[in-house]
Ligand binder design. Structure first.
Ligand code: NAP
Length: 291
């Protein structure tokens, strides 16, 4: 545990969510502030939906310098912002708030963080055909960032057809040249790329967080030339990733997305080059401490 010397000059950052006990963001950002010698703290705030308005109205009076927003407030926070970045507007959700000249500016770094985690692993998503499991909040941000990164073929596999169709419609409106299809979860569906590109399978469902969850995808369909990514970061390696690895596929755990959304938020707040290695080390330590 890092020891902090607080003073009247200490800047306050934090994360709003409910529940918030599971968050690893304080450890990551505190390590970053420490690595750069910045006099800042980062605190978790458990804010119930009914209290969100009051919490948002307190940011400026309390002199807070920046915030992360997590479940369940990423969308409901929008009306309390003075400005919303173009990318957050397209996603319709915010995970980072910049405080600038007494104004609250909303950003979304989740999807870009995911793409950064692929690039860091030496993978170029524009060369792959995406098969995305789930169409919830995180899937939306990730899908938009993938289109921005040049992905031209994407299948959404969902349990509710209408939810997938809604996201597909939104993606198509942004990127009419993309080949999009929606299918419902079925163990019998064998995914295929019509362009012959290797498949990038992304689990955006929560299946894999609990030990007794079923697998979100049949491992027997996974091939050795696939890349399998999971947004879940606890456990670090989900049963899906373990199964994919055994088949010989390359795997990308969700901790990389968590790291890089934080790296991008840190850059927005401090305008400084984030100490990525210190942040990564702190995240691994925080995850180990949770076990
Ligand atoms: P969400 O908005 O609730 O979306 C979850 C999606 O998964 C929905 O499409 C939902 O389908 C589907 N789903 C849920 N249970 C399912 C099941 N049993 N079978 C099939 N589909 C199921 O949640 P979210 O905010 O997108 O988060 C999803 C996951 O991403 C969570 O595990 C979260 O921890 C992780 N995440 C990670 C990061 C990171 O930085 N690594 C960031 C954000 C989120 P319906 O629409 O039919 O309900």
């Amino acid at each position: 545990m890092t020891a902090f010397r607080l003073s009247g000059k200490t800047g306050t950052f934090g994360i709003l969510g409910n529940p918030i006990r599971h968050t690893l963001s304080p450890q990551m950002h505190l390590a970053a502030f420490e690595a750069l010698g910045l006099d800042n703290v980062y605190l978790p705030f458990a804010v119930k939906p009914a209290q969100l308005k009051k919490a948002m109205e307190a940011i400026i009076p309390l002199g807070m310098r920046g915030l992360n927003i997590t479940i369940p407030h990423k969308e409901s926070v929008l009306p309390f912002l003075d400005e919303i970045s173009l990318s957050a507007k397209r996603i319709g959700a915010v995970n980072t708030i910049e405080v600038s000249a007494g104004r609250l500016i909303g950003h979304n770094t989740d999807g870009k963080g995911f793409v950064k985690s692929l690039l860091e692993a030496g993978l170029d998503p524009s060369e792959m055909s995406v098969l995305m499991l789930g169409a919830g909040g995180a899937a939306k941000g990730v899908a938009i960032a993938l289109l921005d990164a040049g992905v031209s073929e994407m299948t959404l596999q969902v349990r509710r057809q209408e939810k997938g169709a809604e996201l597909a419609k939104r993606l198509y409106a942004m990127s009419p040249q993309v080949r999009l299809s929606v299918s419902t979860f079925s163990p019998k569906t064998t995914p295929a790329s019509t362009t012959g590109r290797p498949i990038l399978l992304i689990n955006t469902t929560p299946l894999g967080m609990k030990a007794d969850d079923p697998l979100p995808f049949l491992p027997s369909h996974i091939q050795a030339n696939w890349v399998v990514a999971d947004l879940i970061y606890n456990p670090y390696e989900t049963p899906l990733l373990i199964a994919a690895k055994e088949i010989g596929a390359k795997t990308v755990p969700g901790l990389g997305m968590l790291l890089h959304q934080g790296v991008l938020a840190f850059e927005i707040w401090t305008k400084q080059k984030p100490p990525v290695e210190a942040m990564k080390k702190a995240l691994f330590q925080a995850l180990t401490d949770l076990q």
